[in-house]
Ligand binder design. Sequence first.
Ligand code: ADP
Ligand code: MG
Length: 462
Amino acid sequence: MSAQKAAELWTAVLGDLQLQITKPSYETWLSGTVGLACSDGLFVVGTPNPFVAEMLELRMSSLISSAIERVTTTPVEVQFKVTTVLPSSEETPSRSTASSPPRNTEIVYNSSSNGSSQGPSRGSRSLNPSYTFDSFVVGKSNELAHAAADAVSKRPGVNYNPLFLYSGVGLGKTHLLHAIGHRVLEKGLSLIYTTAEEFTNSYIRAIQEGTTERFRDHYRSADVLLVDDIQFIIGKEQTQEGFFHTFNALHMAARQIVITCDRPVTSLTLLEDRVRSRLSGGLVVDVQPPGLETRLAIVRTKASSLGQQFPEGVLEFLAERVHQNIRELGGCLNRIVAVAQLTQQPITKDLVETVIADSLPSPNHRRVTDEAVLTTVSSYFGIDQMTLRGRRRDKRTALARQVTMYLLREEASLSYAAAGKVLGGKDHTTVLHACNRISQQLLLDAHLRQDVTNLRESLLSL
Ligand code: ADP
Ligand code: MG
């Protein structure tokens, strides 16, 4: 196929992809790409730089292959290759982007200096106003994290730099991070709050636009930098590089950095050593799942903020039953109040029980077996189990196999090794890779999200 044909084909594929992913993602990752060649089931996509190539490979390759497949109606492998030629090779537009102000995907507050007009209003929209120190219930499981966050917010950049908070999901990391943010703003200091994902996006954009200098200056201007969910940059070498330099610059200037992560630093094995050791150079604290007493205190606080009366014993009952994470606890409480109001029934233990049963997976229901996963995926994708367990690698089979691995982990709670065994003796790293890949794809790919939701539903209704 001629190069021109490949380019045209890619334009059509881009049209398809544009419908499937968010505009910012599209613009960051795909708008600068070009179709280079297509032959023998291999489609080569040109990217403006290695960072984009890496990200596309890591996060979008199966999404892209399916899009190509839809357009060409034949399965293809996709390969990303750095090309110096941009699709629209006119000089002017790229110049003008380079000199336009950097697009901040993260939230920037600068309440002290210029623009008091935009600072506070953006602030109140972007930091969750209810995530404050006042609304944070302190118990044994989180007292260290709370104390460290409190200290850092009072004297940023002095002690505990960086502060690294980690815990499982829904245990209050983001809440504490925002609480620090509110207090820093009250002191009139400048703040940048960002997620690792947003950081990555603006870093890539800075590289594309040749504005890395400005990118770094921009971050260096902050008194306090808050980065949520750093686990996102695991395995993304170039982003780690960017993060490392930014981080170093801020650290040298004694600016406070606070980072959250959903796993301990030591388990961030794919994070480059120097980044990791830098992180653990400050103070590392974890938040544990709360004990009953703390859960009860949290439910009571939340209940009183809802302004609703609860009969004796109901809150205790709720705190006893919901113990995994605080987000679920709050969610259940809201639902109980809503259901009681909508159906005009009193709040009783029975009602609490029903709401919990409806909203949390009950231990009995959760016994999803590996056979159930295999059978369900196999019939959903129309691929027989032998093939699923085998080595065939066409896109559809490969995807179904990865989804199987993901569900074996998530729904049947198998270890990576055990999941590999179920699938005909695959290596545990293969399973690990598949699970990461699917988790990432789920963020981007609405079709996959629908498929996985359907599969989950049929598994849980078995
Ligand atoms: P994470 O970032 O660790 O996943 P979040 O900070 O988003 O968790 O917390 C989940 C929910 O639980 C939020 O609504 C938060 O306000 C609430 N929450 C967590 N910990 C506490 C706490 N100690 N006191 C009050 N609310 C809490
Ligand atoms: Mg969070």
